[in-house]
Design a protein around this ligand. Structure first.
Ligand SMILES: *Cc1c(COP(=O)(O)O)cnc(C)c1O
Length: 397
């Protein structure tokens, strides 16, 4: 997945453009810039790549999720439905706005189970946030129709699925708003960065203003701009945008490498009868950033994960036992360990997490292994890795 692996001359050239004129900020300083607007150029590229009318570049993927929710008016006391398997950024963003994360089970797509989503909808539900984990996607038609039926927003976190598609549409462009991360380990990187994409002009203008202290960005005198509403600083710098601008032009190259490496590994693992793969919804095409497979039991998955580590097969994760991506290890959320007081609404709204169990999610995450697909591998390296993985798994089964 990581675009940083192929950092090179194109990235250096874009960064040097910025260093030469010295304008590191994305807004203003028109005279000094000699025509270099890296953030604006990258936003235009994002609109083309992800086929949406608007794109707002921001400082991180976490910021993008926060801004997407804020731009659509999600705030204090609102409930946002999200999956048990995701990155901590999902609940961080929801809680930053005073809203309440409602965690629900995943299915074999490794994201939201539509049935669990529908069961979790209440009069307080404002949005459903689907997280397109590990290069693939949820059942978007089913999720969209639930959202339409209950008149709630569909927010798409496509941070881990840059370049995947569903029924011909780029992931991120399907919901009311889509979010991307360009942090250091994502498919394309800015170093740190993110983006919100949408076809809704109001949401876009809200995102543009909100991410820069509420500035209206009218005219060319920053000091004279008004603040139609309160905002925050989630701006990206020109240096970061410059790296992303070089990287997005290389996205087709990155995606084809991912697909090639993924296919070699998948074909090899497919020869083992006990290994099954995550479900990709009909009409979906993965970004191939990860290869996800299931083993018959939790214990076998634990042994395989251990076997991979012992034999130098790096970049494979058993998220059931890992702190990053799964509810089981998020004690800081369950115990509400906050540096500052949390509102009573959020405290009460999250009390369910103290006792709630997610056996259906455990059933999938417990048996799942997720392997990162690297861009820098040679074909021989991928083949050697594939045989080693097969050998380790067969030795355990
Ligand atoms: C990386 C990631 C984020 C957050 O992105 P940052 O840029 O690191 O803040 C959000 N959601 C998911 C699913 C991610 O993988």
């Amino acid at each position: 997945m990581p675009g940083f692996e192929l950092f090179g001359d194109a990235e250096r050239k874009e960064v040097n453009d910025v260093l030469e004129n010295g304008v590191l900020m994305r807004y203003g300083f028109d005279g000094m810039r000699h025509g270099h607007w890296k953030s604006k150029e990258l936003e235009t590229q994002l609109q083309h790549t992800f086929k949406t009318k608007h794109a707002q570049l921001v400082s991180s993927g976490t910021a993008a999720v926060t801004i997407a929710l804020a731009s659509a008016g999600v705030g204090a006391g609102d409930e946002v439905i999200m999956p048990t398997f995701t990155f901590v950024a999902s609940f961080e963003a929801i809680m930053a706005l005073g809203a309440i994360p409602i965690l629900v089970d995943i299915d074999d797509t490794l994201t939201l189970d539509p049935v669990a989503v529908e069961n979790a909808i209440t009069s307080k539900t404002k949005a459903v946030m689907v997280v397109q984990m590990c290069g693939s996607m949820g059942n978007m038609d089913a999720l969209q129709s639930i959202c339409n039926k209950h008149n709630v927003l569909l927010i798409e976190d496509a941070c881990q699925a840059i370049g995947g598609t569903y029924k011909g549409k780029p992931l991120g462009s399907i919901g009311d708003l889509g979010c991307f991360s360009f942090d250091f380990v994502k498919t394309i990187t800015c170093g740190e960065g993110g983006a919100v994409i949408t076809n809704n002009e109001t949401y876009y203008l809200n995102a543009d203003h909100y991410s820069d202290h509420g500035h209206d960005h009218i005219g060319n005198d920053r000091g004279a701009e008004t603040h139609p509403f309160l905002g925050f600083n989630y701006r990206i710098s020109e240096l970061h945008a410059a790296v992303g601008l070089a990287q997005i032009k290389r996205l087709p190259e990155f995606l084809s490498l991912q697909k090639k490496h993924y296919s070699i590994l998948r074909d090899a693992l497919s020869t083992i009868q006990e290994v099954t793969f995550r479900t990709v919804p009909e009409g979906g095409e993965e970004s191939y950033a990860f290869l996800n497979f299931f083993l018959p039991t939790l214990e076998i998955a634990q042994s395989v994960s251990k076997g991979f580590k012992e034999h130098g097969v790096d970049g494979c994760f058993h998220y059931y036992d890992n702190n990053w991506h799964y509810i089981r290890k998020w004690d800081h959320l369950k115990d509400l360990k906050s540096l500052f007081p949390i509102s009573v609404e959020v405290k009460e709204g999250l009390a369910y997490l103290k006792t709630k169990e997610f056996p259906q999610s455990d059933h999938y995450i417990g048996r799942n292994i997720s392997c990162l697909i690297k861009l820098s591998w040679t074909e021989d390296e991928v083949k050697a890795r594939a045989s080693k993985m097969v050998e380790i798994i067969k030795g355990i089964l």
